[in-house]
Design a protein around this ligand. Structure first.
Ligand SMILES: [Zn+2]
Length: 348
């Protein structure tokens, strides 16, 4: 993994790569606003960075013992508009749920649906997302994130996703969305212009394989390791792990030894042993044995300590989150490629 040359930018390595791209894109004034997960250990550095670059920042979502959610923008009006849109959704929260679930007056349901779609459209525009993707997301909701990843999979391009698709914050309307590709390229250009070494660092992080729980939404980056080079240092051998996995996941099982850097967000949840379902969680950082059955589930242990990091199967998890999250893209590793000057690559 590359490093960042500038010592004053070192704390950025603690951020998720997507958040680095969004922060720098706002700093370079090519993105109007971004909402980031800021790890608590670099919160003070983040505030200094914002002051230095004349960025306005404000709390924008829940905080916990790991992180806080913050939005950054460059003018007060953007901040006020963001707060207004967010509060319109939050304040309507339980009323909307009640009307959707209980009201038998069709036009009331339609008012709620239209209102939430309108707020989503305005938010999408405000964040600078492409119109095609904003409309798609407004119509289909959050689980539509999986669509582009399903398309990559179906067309056998899930091992060669253009890095631009992983540089954007929005859900692409399709795996061939030219607007998404162009926006991703623009963001990456802004990062490289801000700092050449940061640009190289960001690119190397985007090129790491990613393990997805749901298409597009929850993932961890991973650096595959050569077992024969590391096996002396491991508490859990390949054979041991393979045996453990066979009683927990059905075939076809894929297994990988890997280093996992800190994920974009850390989730805490009350667990129901033998399952461990919080994804991504803090026990996943380090040298891991990861096994997964595509679409079905995953099992992961720390290879140096043997501690369980993840055990989740779709029949436990889908009932909790809803059938709309079931996707062929669940529980898979995607890989990305650089697409220098090859925009024709994603044309239909
Ligand atoms: Zn689009």
């Amino acid at each position: 993994m590359l490093h960042i040359d500038e010592s004053d930018l070192q704390p950025l390595t603690i951020f998720h790569v997507g958040d680095i791209i969004r922060l720098i894109s706002v700093t370079m004034r090519i993105k109007p606003i971004a909402t980031l997960v800021v790890p608590l250990e670099v919160k003070e550095w983040f505030k200094r960075f914002c002051r230095h670059h004349d960025l306005i920042y404000f709390k924008d979502g829940p905080s916990d013992s790991y992180q806080t959610r913050v939005s950054v923008c460059v003018n007060e009006e953007t901040k006020k508009l963001r707060k207004f849109l967010r509060s319109s959704k939050m304040e309507g929260g339980s009323l909307f749920v009640n009307i959707r679930e209980k009201s038998n007056i069709a036009h009331e349901k339609k008012i709620v649906t239209d209102f939430l779609q309108m707020v989503n459209r305005l938010e999408g525009k405000m964040y600078g997302y492409p119109d095609c993707c904003v409309e798609f997301h407004a119509q289909k909701g959050p689980s539509s994130r999986a669509k582009a990843y399903e398309e990559f999979l179906e067309s056998r391009r899930d091992q060669s996703v253009p890095v631009e698709f992983w540089a954007v914050a929005h859900a692409p309307c399709s795996s061939t969305c030219q607007e998404t590709f162009a926006l991703g390229r623009k963001y990456l250009g802004a990062v490289a212009e801000f700092s050449e070494s940061l640009g190289r660092y960001v690119e190397s992080r985007l090129l790491l394989p990613r393990f997805y729980q749901t298409g597009g939404g929850r993932f961890i980056d991973l650096q595959p390791l050569d077992y024969y080079r590391y096996r002396e240092d491991l508490a859990v051998s390949k054979e041991q792990f393979e045996m453990e996995v066979r009683s927990r996941l059905p075939q076809p099982i894929e297994i990988v030894l890997c280093d996992v850097p800190k994920p974009y967000v850390l989730v805490e949840a009350s667990e129901e042993p033998p399952y461990k379902t919080a994804f991504p969680n803090s026990d996943m950082i380090g040298t891991m044995w990861l096994a997964y059955t595509p679409e079905f589930g995953a099992y992961m242990v720390n290879a140096r300590t043997g501690k369980l990091a993840l055990y989740i199967i779709s029949s436990k998890w889908i009932p909790k989150v809803g059938e709309e999250w079931r996707s062929k893209a669940n529980f898979r590793i995607c890989r990305s490629i650089k697409t220098a000057k090859k925009e024709e690559h994603i044309k239909m």
